[in-house]
Design a protein around this ligand. Structure first.
Ligand code: FAD
Length: 412
């Protein structure tokens, strides 16, 4: 039986930032990671707001030094329509730029920073069982050689992402409010020569005929890009053939992408991920809390995953610190409720994206500058700023704005 004050499951962004924030508050933290880093992860376009937590964890210098592609906004295209939002021109104060990152490298930078600041990081250690019914939480861990040991602690943070360790082990799984969708993606050497192409923005392209299908193009530093397409299984149609061929056929259906990528080198096998939207019955229980994707994941369209993950890390780290210091923490009021403000904001815009209303808003050509600034804030990740009317009342505001932005040149 090993003893640690706090155990964090998973060394992705949520785990690395939560464990470092707690270490900086003077706690003893063990972070257990199933894989050996560096390892691939999807989720490469960051939002500006998430850098506030990277900064608070003392990791900004290392992130800057890694030389990632700077990102200052999001561009949207559909047929001949094009618009972009600059995160520096936004309603909410805070950073206006961020990065587009190869996650293998980014996650390694954060985990190394956690270790440098005193977190004990153990790779190739898989949490296989959890007990929260005794006086202290206990986790059973399987090491790289297949040996098992038990760790006892005062608190467990589950940051296991798509591993969803405690959701599975503690019967917390709950279906998502969003229908299942899937993504096919790869990395390319893009060789884009179009002088109008803005490498400092993610490019989101809507399929010209089917608005439920959209593409991401995320430029990295060094002339490479992440490219992917998202849609429901039925919209994608028959995929019995080669995955790369399916991806390239879908990309060829978007004229702006076809125009941008005539010289691209498709040197990396395509990959696919599906059914990623997930939810849980509760974000906390006696002796544990769930962070990032280990709790709820909505949808990739607004690149909100890492930002929600880091916001949850910050809220949980503060609450755990207070609890271990002897204070009574109301996990619903101090953790779940504040986190859900931003999650519900993004949820409203994700639903609006797929039912077409938010697409109408994004492509509307006569939008007032102050309204665009409020939308830009949300796209930059400031989805918790309730002084922004589009955060305070997202569904109603979006419906009203959607009416104003109709009719559209797009065909459903
Ligand atoms: P992860 O980064 O998944 O880290 C979890 C870690 O836990 C992993 O390293 C895993 O190995 C480890 N683990 C799992 N099980 C165990 C176990 N039993 N024991 C020990 N360790 C374990 N987000 C964005 O911000 N921007 C984007 O552009 C974006 N694009 C996306 C595109 C798609 C198609 C999808 C599906 C998602 C996208 N996301 C994006 C979301 C993003 O991938 C996640 O939100 C983000 O990675 C969550 O971080 P995390 O730290 O919670 O989990």
């Amino acid at each position: 039986m090993q003893q640690h004050e706090i155990v964090v499951i998973g060394a992705g962004p949520a785990g690395a930032v939560a464990s470092t924030l707690l270490k900086r508050k003077g706690h003893n933290v063990l972070m257990l990671e199933r894989q050996q880093f560096p390892r691939f992860s999807i989720g490469e376009s960051l939002l500006a707001h998430c850098l506030e937590f990277v900064e608070e964890a003392g990791m900004m210098e290392a992130v800057h030094a890694a030389g990632f592609q700077v990102k200052n906004g999001a561009a949207f295209a559909c047929g001949d329509l094009y618009t972009d939002f600059d995160f520096r021109d936004k309603f909410t104060p805070g950073p206006g730029t961020t990065f587009q990152v190869e996650r293998a490298k980014f996650d390694q930078v954060l985990a190394n920073e956690a270790e440098r600041q005193g977190v004990e990081v153990r790779y190739r250690q898989e949490v296989v069982a959890a007990r929260f019914d005794g006086t202290q939480p206990e986790l059973d861990v399987r090491d790289a050689q297949g040996n098992e040991y038990t760790v006892q602690s005062h608190f467990v943070l589950d940051a296991s992402g798509y591993g969803r360790v405690l959701a599975r082990l503690c019967d917390l799984e709950k279906p998502s409010s969003l229908p299942p969708r899937k993504a096919i993606f790869t990395h390319i050497e893009d060789r884009i020569i179009d002088p109008g192409f803005d490498r400092e923005k993610i490019l989101i392209t809507v399929h010209p005929q089917q608005r439920g299908i959209w593409y991401w193009l995320i430029p990295f530093s060094g002339g490479r890009c992440s490219i992917g397409v998202v849609g429901s299984e039925t919209l994608f149609g028959d995929q019995s053939g080669d995955l790369m061929q399916t991806l390239r056929t879908l990309i060829d259906a978007a004229p702006n992408l076809k125009r941008l990528l005539p010289n691209a080198i498709w040197d990396t096998p395509a990959n696919t991920i599906g059914g990623y939207s997930a939810n849980v019955k509760s974000l906390y229980g006696p002796g544990y809390a769930l962070l990032g994707n280990a709790a709820e994941f909505l949808d990739p369209v607004f690149s909100s995953g890492v930002t929600i993950a880091l916001r949850s890390s910050k809220l949980a780290a503060d609450a755990v610190h207070r609890q271990l210091g002897g204070e009574t923490v109301n996990w619903q009021a101090d953790f779940t409720d504040p986190l859900m403000i931003g999650v519900e904001t993004f949820r409203a815009y994700v639903h609006g994206w797929y039912d077409g209303v938010f697409q109408d808003v994004v492509f509307y050509e006569n939008a007032q500058p102050d309204v665009r600034r409020m939308i830009s804030s949300i796209l930059a990740g400031y989805a918790w700023d309730t002084s922004n009317p589009f955060v305070a009342d997202p569904q109603r505001r979006l419906r009203v704005l959607g009416e104003l932005c109709k009719p559209t040149a797009l065909t459903v």
